[in-house]
Ligand binder design. Structure first.
Ligand code: ADP
Length: 152
């Protein structure tokens, strides 16, 4: 059976922290689908199409990684794309608490889908899309935390 992982998130925008998880996950899976979850009531700094295009550009030469967007339950999207793993990144205990609930709930709903966690390398612990958005909104320099393809 092919090992297909969904890496779900909002990616508003994708950061070097996300890349740290993805680069280390590439050798572990046959395919990784970066799934941009969106729901019309949640507002984002960057439009879906732009977030998707940046990710396409970053991984254009990596055949095992692609990006798709989805609405609704993550486990339902897993079924649609035949993913048997959900990949998530962990930075600290509060990520752990949050992720543990979601992973255990997903397991109740879909017993055959396993959540897999990678711990970020230490230098990525403080990086999140939300601090990057704060920097951007307030005229700070977000470039060190963004892949070079992310230009706004
Ligand atoms: P969500 O809105 O679902 O939290 P994000 O786009 O913020 O979506 O994050 C997607 C995934 O990437 C999550 O598993 C998150 O923990 C992980 N992630 C984000 N930033 C980092 C980082 N600096 N190091 C490790 N994992 C990270």
């Amino acid at each position: 059976m092919k090992r297909i992982a969904l890496f779900p998130g909002t990616f508003d925008p994708i950061t070097v922290g996300h890349l740290n998880i993805l680069e280390r996950a590439i050798p572990l899976f046959d395919e990784i689908v970066i799934g941009i979850g969106h729901n019309s009531s949640k507002s984002t700094l960057f439009p879906l199409e732009q977030r998707e295009n940046w990710i396409k550009e970053i991984f254009q030469n990596v055949p095992s990684v692609r990006v798709e967007s989805y609405e609704g339950l993550t486990v339902d999207f897993c079924k649609k794309i035949d993913a048997n793993y959900i990949l998530r990144g962990l930075r600290n205990m509060s990520d752990f608490d949050y992720e543990k609930n979601i992973a255990q709930m997903n397991k109740l709903v879909s017993n055959h889908i396993e959540s897999i966690f990678l711990m970020c390398d230490p230098e990525y612990t403080p990086i999140s899309s939300s601090v990057v958005r704060d920097l951007i909104r307030n005229g700070g320099n977000a470039a060190p935390y963004l892949p070079e393809e992310v230009k706004y």
